[in-house]
Design a protein around this ligand. Structure first.
Ligand SMILES: NC(=O)c1ccc[n+]([C@@H]2O[C@H](COP(=O)([O-])OP(=O)(O)OC[C@H]3O[C@@H](n4cnc5c(N)ncnc54)[C@H](O)[C@@H]3O)[C@@H](O)[C@H]2O)c1
Length: 339
């Protein structure tokens, strides 16, 4: 039986969710919801789905199995908490856009509520869902990298919005931190420096150094001043036995074993030609996991993982505010009520 999906928030990203669900063989789009009449009417017509201005009415009448929360709000996450809680309490599993929230305390409430109700909560941390990233993970699990020593990631795009001092950090970098955590595990401590790009009022550039609990060291470069760049995202993994470079916005993979081994460069792993395809893979995976009856703790790119990535971002902000001091992620987490 198809998974009944509804989408709340019909901006560019919510409309993408609708299109992906319409095309997914295991999903049926049973409702679309937005507060704005024009967006709602347009999406209902394009995707041939019942329209609702009121989320609670949509939940009561359509009883979706899954709700995609693609609202935005302050720092692109401020509006996510309320619809997520409504959907969970109506019995739906939720796939929430990133960041889970711009407030770590709200993200904790969302994760705790999903756990209390035994509902699956996924985050659209789509960057880890590219075939090249999956192949890099298989190399790592096969021991090809040896012990991981370094993870270096850059994620940089152009975004001229000047909405809040830490917009760039909170809106964008749960993605990059999640990819780094995917390979290197939990982060112990961070040290950050931020800068304002030319003509900017917000902290639009960042360098964040990370020490992972398992001993690896990491560095993340981020920017909202790199409009027109030819590669928005790269991750380099270096271990005692080899190195991997994920490049071309996580589409290509280069593997270099140490010593006499051959270097292999694989462009467009798994046929993925553009970064845009990662969202379909991520949403599709959530649908597949729900359809297969996955338990909440089995969800890939889960609410908990989104929350932990957010905590690292908050640790970086705290480091920046204290002049580049080392900040333990555990201290950031200790200040949050986990319910
Ligand atoms: N995963 C990714 O790669 C990726 C990329 C870009 C953006 N995003 C995220 O996608 C989200 C949406 O981005 P966008 O650019 O489409 O935003 P947007 O502001 O254009 O659209 C959000 C929509 O949500 C609606 N909305 C807000 N609260 C609502 C409520 N309670 N009920 C019904 N409708 C409500 C608004 O009216 C608006 O139309 C953001 O969180 C953003 O961070 C994710």
């Amino acid at each position: 039986m198809a998974v009944r999906v509804a989408v709340v928030g019909l901006g560019g990203i919510g409309r993408n969710h609708c299109r992906i669900y319409k095309e997914h063989p295991q999903a049926e789009l049973v409702g679309v919801c937005d507060l704005l009449e024009d967006r709602l009417a347009a999406a209902a017509q394009t995707f041939e789905a019942p329209a609702f201005r009121d989320l609670e009415r949509m939940l009561a009448e359509q009883r979706p199995d899954v709700v995609s929360v693609a609202t935005a709000g302050e720092e692109n996450g401020g509006d996510h908490c309320a619809p997520t809680l409504l959907a969970l309490r109506a019995g739906a599993h939720v796939l929430c856009e990133k960041p889970l929230s711009n407030r770590l305390a709200d993200a904790a409430v969302m994760v705790a509520e999903a756990a209390r109700l035994s509902r699956c909560l996924g985050v659209d941390l789509n960057h880890r869902f590219s075939p090249a990233t999956a192949q890099a993970k298989r190399h790592q699990e096969a021991g090809d990298l040896g012990q991981l020593l370094f993870v270096r990631t850059y994620l940089w795009i152009g975004n001229r919005k000047e909405s809040a001092p830490y917009f760039h950090l909170r809106a964008l970098h749960s993605h990059s931190v999640d990819v780094m955590r995917h390979f290197a595990g939990p982060v112990q401590e961070v040290q950050a420096m931020f800068a304002k790009g030319p003509g900017r009022q917000i902290w639009s550039n960042a360098v964040i150094n990370l020490r992972f609990c398992d001993g690896a060291l990491g560095q993340l470069l981020g920017s909202y001043d790199m409009g027109g760049t030819h590669d928005i995202e790269q991750t380099m993994l270096a271990g005692t036995r080899g190195e991997i470079l994920l490049s071309n916005a996580t589409c290509d993979l280069t593997f270099r074993p140490h010593g006499r081994g051959e270097r292999t460069h694989t462009p467009q792993v798994g046929g993925q030609a553009s970064f845009g395809e990662t969202m379909g893979r991520r949403l599709g995976r959530f649908i597949e996991q729900v359809a297969a009856g996955a338990r909440p703790e089995e969800i890939e790119g889960s609410g908990e993982e989104g929350f932990q990535a957010h905590a690292v971002v908050e640790a970086a902000i705290r480091s920046h505010e204290s002049g580049g001091a080392l900040v333990r992620v555990a201290d950031v987490l200790a200040a949050v009520d986990r319910g």
